[in-house]
Design a protein around this ligand. Structure first.
Ligand SMILES: C[C@@]1(CC(=O)O)c2cc3[nH]c(cc4nc(cc5[nH]c(cc(n2)[C@H]1CCC(=O)O)[C@@](C)(CC(=O)O)[C@@H]5CCC(=O)O)C(CC(=O)O)=C4CCC(=O)O)c(CCC(=O)O)c3CC(=O)O
Ligand SMILES: NC(=O)C1=CN([C@@H]2O[C@H](COP(=O)(O)OP(=O)(O)OC[C@H]3O[C@@H](n4cnc5c(N)ncnc54)[C@H](O)[C@@H]3O)[C@@H](O)[C@H]2O)C=CC1
Length: 301
């Protein structure tokens, strides 16, 4: 089964046509309006909510049965009538105009599909089953709603608003990353959750003021020794350490297959091993190589 290419499209002010005015069309329209799209709904019958949005001028209603020329100027179209053959006809008309089309009763025919969404704008978590199991996508979304703090959106906005200042305060990449670790793990989220945005911003700014005063904490160092040659023999906790590491110090005999399990942006520090060296001196050499980092993993065969 082929994979769909996930993308986040900016629809602000772009015309999107929805053909059909039932419950499913209404759900798609709500999401489109939420994203600032210029929505036109073509159908002889509208749900009460669609009718209210049309009356309030939030969307344009094209009354009557589908006509090809409704597609003029559209960037996207959603075929959401209850008539399968008609939906297929809308899709064919969209194809000739190279307009991407979502066909609500036919995943295979769709040139784009709509995912289930956990909305923490500007943070969006989208779940797709590629049309295989839409209800499963919805159920996963419901479970994830409980998993992700409602204040995460505000946290992301706070980070966005202070990004230039954060970059100025922490020009060094490693120090900046430590700042972000603090921002996302520290007290700020709790303050936002308590609805105290001003306090959260003050906490962030106070930390920026102190930038440069904080000595780099010693790295937390995990050993993977002996390191297996086969990545399949890595334990779950070793894998977690590799995913958290911002630096890998490794015996040059450790294979690429294992190293490639680590975070891709982790720095790499190869270490020539001396078989006769005592453990203390080896550890000192390893620690010297990971100074300034937060999470280090040392791999030795
Ligand atoms: C291909 C796709 C087309 C598209 O992009 O629209 C499509 C197709 C179909 N859905 C069907 C059924 C249902 N879909 C939902 C709900 C959602 N469906 C969504 C997306 C998609 N649905 C796209 C694939 C996404 C993917 O796979 O990842 C969600 C995620 C997003 C959204 O629509 O906003 C939204 C959950 C939002 C949320 O709550 O998070 C429910 C309601 C429920 O679960 O409560 C039912 C049960 C209704 C029932 O059966 O009664 C049927 C069979 C219809 C039938 O048999 O009549 C088809 C057609 C087929 O599969 O052939
Ligand atoms: N993708 C999804 O998430 C889901 C898709 N579906 C599918 O979506 C389809 C639509 O479902 P509902 O909204 O509940 O249907 P519905 O029957 O409530 O609404 C159909 C709409 O299409 C309009 N329509 C009919 N002929 C038209 C024409 N010639 N031109 C323009 N509009 C026309 C009607 O006026 C009506 O507004 C269903 O057939 C079902 O297969 C159902 C559930 C979920």
């Amino acid at each position: 089964m082929k994979a769909l290419y996930p993308l986040f499209a900016d629809l602000t002010g772009r015309a999107v046509l929805v053909v059909g005015g039932g419950a499913v069309a209404e759900r798609k329209v709500r999401a489109l309006l939420n994203c600032g799209a210029t929505v036109r709904v073509g159908a002889p019958r509208l749900t009460r909510a669609l009718r209210a949005w049309a009356d309030a001028g939030r969307l344009a209603h094209l009354d009557g049965p589908f006509q090809d020329d409704w597609l003029a100027c559209a960037w996207l179209v959603v075929a959401a009538t209850g008539d399968r053959a008609l939906n297929a006809r809308v899709k064919a008309a969209a194809d000739t105009r190279r307009i991407l089309a979502n066909v609500v009763d036919d995943p295979a025919l769709s040139s784009f599909q709509v995912p289930a969404i956990v909305d923490r704008t500007p943070l969006t978590i989208a779940i797709s089953s590629g049309g295989a199991a839409p209800v499963l996508a919805r159920r996963l979304r419901e479970r994830m709603e409980a998993l992700f703090d409602p204040a995460l959106g505000e946290l992301a906005r706070l980070a966005r608003d202070h990004r230039p200042a954060i970059r100025r305060a922490y020009p060094d990449h490693g120090a900046r990353r430590r700042f972000y670790d603090w921002l996302y793990d520290g007290p700020v989220l709790g303050q936002l959750r308590a609805d105290d945005a001003a306090e959260a911003a003050r906490t962030l700014l106070a930390r920026l003021d102190d930038a440069g005063d904080e000595p780099a904490p010693p790295p937390s160092l995990r050993w993977i020794a002996p390191c297996p040659a086969d990545p399949g023999d890595i334990t779950l906790s070793q894998l977690r350490a590799l995913n958290e590491a911002d630096v890998l110090v490794y015996d040059t005999q450790v294979g690429e297959a294992v190293l490639s399990l680590a975070r891709r942006d982790a720095d790499r520090r190869p270490l020539e091993m001396d078989r006769h060296e005592d453990a203390g001196s080896r550890e000192a050499r390893v620690l010297a190589l990971c100074s300034g980092y937060r999470n280090a993993v040392a791999l030795v065969v």
